[in-house]
Design a protein around this ligand. Structure first.
Ligand code: SAM
Length: 302
């Protein structure tokens, strides 16, 4: 498959390229953990941030963000990640408890510690797919903390632009078992064709009772907000050029594609959840979050 979005193969880990974005989300989760009105708790997050030279001096506590929520990066953007973490925690917990899923696949898992943080029913298996370098860094940090997962956790180092299905099935994934899939902060880094291929593959590997949540960005909004405070502060203060990492070509309508395949699908703005939870980002002018959509899909049982 063509690799037009980013060139690293995973060897770079969290030191640069798209792998570095995993540290950005971890720092946001560390800050969120210590807010008095926290929506999600991740006590491992700050250890990842401190362990990587690229992020060792980033804030991990609200008191290290003097401008608070008015800081476009460690205030508003970090609040966004805190909200996203909580909403997708809830999606996964609901999918295994009420929905009956017994496998979880985190696509582009990054430094997600849901295997360690959330309560899982007996017999649940959680697969984490990311590049070799990111997963190696993650294990180094978790091992040093003697962190124990609360369910069977299976790392699957592979590149999602290649044949990741062989790696997943080789790791024990069973397509006959209802699965909760999550692509959080991933799809806009992949070329449109790779996104379509990934969603088609998830469809093919999903038996009845499976569920999928993913995040997309509407392509027409991407460049319209290139000078927004969120993009410019991330670039200038951290050296992470998100627009340079995103795959900027036309995006597929993956939610519509799943509806056509018989999935029940709903599409939401993050702002809907801000209103529901009473905290998180709200719309503003020149807003890099304006085109973000969170999609929830289930394959109904017949
Ligand atoms: N889902 C995690 C979270 O929200 O904390 C990580 C999000 S981070 C913004 C994006 C992650 O996607 C990174 O860990 C990166 O390594 C991974 N990723 C991007 N492209 C990938 C690819 N082609 N194959 C495997 N992983 C990829």
């Amino acid at each position: 498959m063509a690799d037009t979005a980013h060139r690293d193969t995973g060897a770079e880990g969290v030191a640069g390229g798209v792998g570095l974005t995993a540290l950005l989300v971890a720092a946001a989760r560390a800050i969120e953990t210590h807010r008095p009105d926290s929506l999600a708790q991740d006590t491992y997050a700050e250890h990842f941030v401190r362990a990587a030279p690229a992020s060792a001096d980033w804030p991990v506590r609200p008191c290290q963000v003097p401008d608070g929520d008015s800081d476009p990066l460690w205030g508003r953007f970090a609040r966004y990640f805190g909200l996203r973490t909580r909403v997708l925690d809830d999606f996964l917990v609901q999918s295994v408890r009420a929905g009956g899923a017994r496998q979880v696949v985190l696509l582009g898992a990054g430094l997600d510690t849901r295997a360690h943080r959330l309560e899982w029913p007996p017999g649940c298996v959680l697969f984490e797919i990311d590049t070799e370098g990111v997963l190696a860094f993650k294990h180094e940090v978790l091992d040093a903390l003697s962190a124990t997962p609360r369910t069977t956790r299976v790392p699957v180092p592979t590149d999602l632009r290649t044949d990741w299905v062989s790696a997943l099935t080789g790791a024990g994934f069973d397509a006959a078992v209802p699965t909760a899939w999550l692509a959080e902060g991933l799809l806009f880094y992949l070329p449109g064709a790779a996104e379509t291929c990934l969603i088609d593959t998830v469809d093919r590997l999903s038996t009845q009772g499976s569920a999928l949540a993913f995040e997309v960005k509407l392509d027409e909004d991407l460049l319209a907000h290139r000078d927004s405070p969120l993009y410019t502060s991330t670039h200038h203060r951290l050296g992470i050029d998100l627009l340079g990492l995103f795959s900027l070509g036309p995006r597929p309508d993956s939610a519509a594609g799943l509806t056509d395949k018989g999935w029940t699908t709903s599409v939401h703005t993050p702002f809907e959840f801000t209103r529901r939870h009473g905290r998180g980002p709200l719309p503003e002018r020149n807003d890099a979050l304006a085109g973000n959509r969170w999609v929830f899909a289930t394959r109904p049982r017949r």
